[in-house]
Design a protein around this ligand. Structure first.
Ligand code: NAD
Length: 420
């Protein structure tokens, strides 16, 4: 009998001993890195639970393989399987060019309403980095995954729709802007529910993992009713729903106005000492500067879709690049989650068994943690860290490290398995 992960009470998953977990092998380098990663997952689970637990992998199709076999890029059956089994993992997928689906990843997130894109960024000893102190970077990004300009509501310059929308803005809404025929238009959408559920997830994570702060990153100084509203809704959630466990900069501001700065500072120090999560905000451009200058000031980050996209890559670069950057797309309400390597298909390297599988391996670690199989997750993280520390690496790291040993993707997985 097939065993399924289900959503239990109070948002806690029920995970059976032999859960069926769907996977998409991915395009380009996907098959190489997946084959390496899955051996690591299976060995770790086998070792940690003495054979009592086991993941039953179920392949589902998407991307080029799906197109070749079914004529569709993202068959409905694939979506149904992810829907049924709740938790899955995927390799990178080619973005089909022209017509139909804009991006398979976006389509998957949309279909399952995976509203949190969660990306931890942490440095592993020995990983080449362009900054002096990569060990200071230890952040978890919560990027809103369903709104913002990613909603895809755009009209090309010169199109009839763009003209109609311009007329509506000028005539009905009295917008004072000199549009021209060559102006394209896009719509930025930010809702209270969308913002609050994202920030709520970040706060719950910070509280559960005893993190010092949640920083709301936004561009509210310019976009007041979208990014500015996101910030305000974020602070509202913190104060109304997590008042006991958090201390917000909004509260600091109020105390400062009533009792002066000294009193506000004292209040914040007291909150920090009592282990409350400090909820603060920062303008996005300043944040991109601060992560380079003072990365230790930031821990959990809550941000909107586009900011999150930029921030994820900037932080990933600081700790070793996309070859080692894992990610997850999660709906904490329904339990649906798809874990994924954050890089693309690197098609030039397809079938070369040379690329770094760390991104998909660490995505699997996130998945095991999400399932509550922490022992297996920790074992893999430790073995991977040890392998890199011993300078046994794939070509991306090899090129930037002195005295390293160059390994194929599959051999790198062998070394991790040996160290489990
Ligand atoms: P890419 O991430 O595929 O590759 C860029 C470069 O990064 C590669 O040339 C390679 O040097 C390096 N790289 C990527 N993965 C690596 C790994 N595991 N180890 C070592 N080095 C690695 O980006 P791209 O070339 O812009 O995109 C190629 C395709 O992938 C496009 O079709 C794009 O739409 C798609 N894409 C998919 C995803 C996804 O499925 N999540 C994400 C981004 C891009």
């Amino acid at each position: 009998m097939e065993q399924k992960i289900t959503m239990g009470q109070h948002g806690v998953l029920n995970v059976p001993m032999h859960p069926t977990v769907p996977f998409i092998i991915g395009d380009g380098i996907g098959p190489d890195i997946w084959r390496a990663a899955v051996r690591v997952f299976d060995e770790a689970v086998e070792k940690c639970y003495a054979g009592e637990r086991q993941i039953v992998w179920k392949e589902v199709l998407a991307g080029e393989k799906a197109f070749q076999e079914t004529g569709e890029w993202l068959p409905k059956e694939t979506l149904d399987v992810f829907d049924t089994y709740l938790v899955g993992i995927k390799g990178p997928l080619t973005t089909p060019i022209g017509g139909g689906i804009r991006s398979l990843n976006v389509a998957l997130r949309k279909a399952l309403d995976l509203y949190v894109c969660q990306r931890p960024t942490k440095w592993y000893e020995g990983v080449p980095s362009p900054v002096k102190h990569p060990e200071y970077v230890d952040m978890v990004i919560f990027r809103e995954n369903t709104e913002d300009i990613y909603a895809g509501i755009e009209f090309a310059s010169g199109s009839e729709e763009a003209g109609q929308l311009q007329d509506f803005l000028k005539d009905e809404l009295k917008v004072d802007y000199s549009f021209s025929n060559s102006t394209g238009l896009g719509i930025k959408l930010v809702s209270e529910e969308g913002s609050k559920r994202l920030v709520r997830a970040a706060l719950e994570y910070a509280i559960m993992h005893k993190k010092p702060s949640v920083t709301i990153v936004h561009k509210g100084n310019i976009m007041k009713f979208t990014e500015g509203a996101f910030k305000q809704w974020g602070f509202d959630v913190a104060e109304k729903e997590f008042g006991e466990q958090t201390y917000t900069w909004g509260q600091w501001e109020r105390t400062k106005n009533e009792k002066g700065q000294e009193a506000a500072n004292a209040e914040q120090r007291e909150a920090e000492a009592s282990g409350k999560v400090i909820v603060k905000d920062i303008i996005a451009d300043n944040f991109l500067q601060q992560i380079l200058i003072a990365p230790r000031d930031y821990s959990v980050v809550a941000t909107m879709n586009l900011n999150g996209d930029y921030i994820s890559d900037a932080l990933a670069a600081m700790v070793g690049g996309i070859g080692i950057a894992p990610g997850a797309n999660i709906n904490f309400k329904t339990g649906h989650a798809i874990f994924e390597a954050t890089h693309g298909t690197a098609p030039r390297f397809a079938g070369t068994d040379s690329m770094n599988p760390s991104s998909v391996i660490l995505s699997g670690v996130m998945m095991l943690d999400y399932m509550g199989w922490h022992e297996a997750a920790d074992a893999i993280t430790a073995a991977l860290a040890k392998t890199i520390k011993e300078k046994l690496v794939t070509v991306d790291f090899y090129n930037l490290m002195e005295g390293a040993t160059l390994l194929k993707t599959s051999a790198f997985a062998d070394e991790i398995i040996e160290r489990l």
